[in-house]
Design a protein around this ligand. Sequence first.
Ligand code: TUI
Length: 307
Amino acid sequence: MKTRITELLEIKYPIIQGGMAWVAEHNLAAAVSEAGGLGLIGGANAPGEVVREEIRKAREMTRKPFGVNVMLMSPHADDVARVVVEEGVKVVTTGAGNPEKYLNMWKEAGIKVIPVVASVAMAKRMERIGADAVVAEGMESGGHIGELTTMTLVPQIADAVSVPVIAAGGIADGRGIAAAFMLGAEAVQMGTRFVVAKESTVHENYKQRLIKASDIDSTVTGRSHGHPIRCLRNQMTREYLKLEKEGKSFEELEYLTLGTLRKAVQEGDVKNGTVMAGQIAGMIDREMTCKEMIEEMMEQASRLLGY
Ligand code: TUI
């Protein structure tokens, strides 16, 4: 399945691993790249120097290309944006904002820039300023989300831009990949499925919570403040949604979630922590290696698409 994305990124399969905060570290990124996809290191809220170390560790584990996701709401975004240039990273994706101010610097460094977008307007803007491709991310995704679904967003963006489109949100098997291609995508980005990869270093409790999740187990916090986050229902989301309904301020609610993603991912506190995951979590039922996942999905997708 050669597409403009496999050519652009020099990867075997049109599968990109999401740059998930706290989850997308060097072990996972290297494993996905070794398996023929594109692994990403998630910059999240980490300082530039921490991201630099992650890049160097990934490079020790694979000679294949991998990328870095720059989370634009991070207080360290400027530093991370500079570190990816200094470290010679080949591909950068961005999330949760507009990467415009970094674009010239990245393009001059020869970096392939792929912003994550949640609307047609943003996709067009990114194309105009020189993005190499866009990730069209539907609200089925885990974490910070937009308003539209993958089913509606991907074809509308594919019609609106000429750069290649990568579909994200609700995709976790070969059927999802085939469907995304039918909608006009030339690759997919997947997060939730890779959380339970054997090479993923997230706490076992987090993986088990995800594996046990049913179709209706995710919810969205923060909608009223314009920072919607999809995660699995638990004590934390019940408390948050109750306070949100009572009209508590953004600051009060933010305080409630401070450090809770780390608490879930690293300490395994899936009751009081934030268990970010997409709506497809209900379909994910076991841990596999990245290679097993990717090969199984690609075989299914190729069969469905008649390749
Ligand atoms: O970025 C994500 N997903 C994320 S980031 C994240 S880290 C975090 N942790 C706690 C609180 C807040 C964030 C967890 N999950 N996905 C990519 C994505 N980007 N989805 C939607 C967007 C987006 C939204 C608006 C991209 C651009 C945009 O433009 C707004 C503008 O500036 O015009």
